[in-house]
Design a protein. Sequence first.
Length: 177
Amino acid sequence: MSLFWSVAQTHPQQETTAIRNLERQKFHAWFPFFLQQNRFRRLNVKPVFPGYVFVELDDEIPNWSPIHNTYGIKRLLTHFVSADQYRRPAKIEFIEDLRRLRIRGSHAAEREVIPPGTEVRIKRGPFAERVALVSMSTPDRVRLLLDVFSREVTVEFDVADVALVRRPTDAVNQLVM
């Protein structure tokens, strides 16, 4: 089994539809995107390569015609190999590197991730001055477990909206002493 990544051209603004339909046909597909706020402060998905999705194909399965008939797909990009072979899907070598790449501002790369179990105080908003536990974080966002009406609720905040109260190792040290 020799897997490789290829690229398919989509109809205008049909990347998510194409991905959904390729996944239904058992093809592994992906497209890089970023989130952009519109004027109403809602987040919209914007593709990095508008009009294209990446599809993982198996070299031992030469029938890629279902991709051409997938709703949302215009065509699978191919290249000519030789006179005795038909057109082959174009191999894209950099996809695994692209999947690992995180596009961030320079200030986000300098911040460290807050470890889970850290107690933080919320600085602003309806939960201002409440203390919560970090369940997950990235350099930009933090997911908190907050006690609201005797129930644990998960909420997300910008990292700038929380202040460190106590790291998980500080709590363990206090219990030992």
